[in-house]
Design a protein around this ligand. Structure first.
Ligand SMILES: [Zn+2]
Length: 270
């Protein structure tokens, strides 16, 4: 028991240290977080198929999906539900990673969704996932999945180890599209929320399939299908549940994960 309590204290200290360094290490991203409409505009215009082709080769994608399917047998066939903090802790234990979940509010605390630390950082024996529970439970679960994506990437594909701490700053999806490790992690979140049968239903009908130039734009019809899906499966409603100050960041997330899912279907037929 004493050893366990010691280890827990050690993890809390590591998390506190990284939290205190977040502002310095992600200053540019936090500045961008304060102007969420800029990123939102970039996402709306962005060609997701091009980013996928460039940053996530098909073989790597297949390997990651296989890894997630070992962990979650219905992955990409059924929706991955929302997990409570205890549920996430159990999952972390199966993965053999350290886990910490706590609210990080403060003035700019909400900018941070969570982070993944690989085992080479300082004194850690195992990798560490931290999630900021000041966010909506669906965001907390999604952050966890994103961090598991980093973990699986480094376990299955190797690499990643030169970045000791991966910070997830809310709304910062435009930069994820340019960074292979971040994009791969987001793809897993996207598949979790839109498994293939649902993705085919939403995106094959609501998007303009034949018009490649226009396909990268989310139509209003598709966006309302996406919102209906999130409400039905997660009880999530952007306009009813999210405080005004966070609304644009969450709208960016909604659009980002939907466009990513459409691009996976369109480019890789997954
Ligand atoms: Zn990340």
């Amino acid at each position: 028991m004493a050893a366990q309590a010691n280890s827990q204290l050690h993890i809390e200290n590591v998390v506190a240290r990284i939290l205190s360094e977040t502002q310095d290490k992600t200053a540019d991203k936090i500045a961008a977080w304060k102007k969420p409409s800029d990123d939102l505009r970039r996402l709306l215009r962005h060609d997701y198929v091009r980013s996928l082709r460039k940053n996530l080769p098909y073989q790597e994608l297949k390997a990651l999906i296989a890894g997630f399917s070992n962990l979650l047998p219905g992955f990409n066939r059924e929706v991955v539900g929302m997990y409570s903090t205890n549920g996430l802790a159990e999952w972390a234990a199966v993965l053999d990673v350290h886990f910490n979940a706590a609210p990080n509010e403060g003035e700019e605390g909400l900018a941070l969704r969570g982070f993944y630390v690989n085992r080479k950082e300082g004194t850690l024996k195992r990798p560490l996932i931290y999630v900021n529970t000041a966010h909506h439970p669906l965001a907390v679960s999604s952050t966890f999945l994103h961090e598991v994506g980093h973990h699986m990437s480094s376990e299955i594909l190797g690499g990643n180890e030169h970045t000791p701490v991966h910070f997830f700053i809310d709304g910062d999806y435009a930069s994820h599209l340019e960074e292979p490790a971040e994009l791969a992690a987001d793809v897993m979140v996207s598949i979790a929320g839109y498994p293939e049968p649902i993705a085919r239903k939403i995106f094959a009908t609501a998007w303009e399939w034949g018009l490649v130039a226009r396909a990268k734009d989310l139509t209003e019809a598709a966006l309302s299908e996406v919102r209906r899906h999130l409400k039905k499966v997660y009880g999530f409603d952007l306009t009813e549940q999210i405080p005004a100050a966070q609304m644009l960041h969450y709208l960016s997330g909604t659009i980002h994960f939907a466009k990513l899912r459409w691009a996976l279907l369109s480019e890789y037929d997954i």
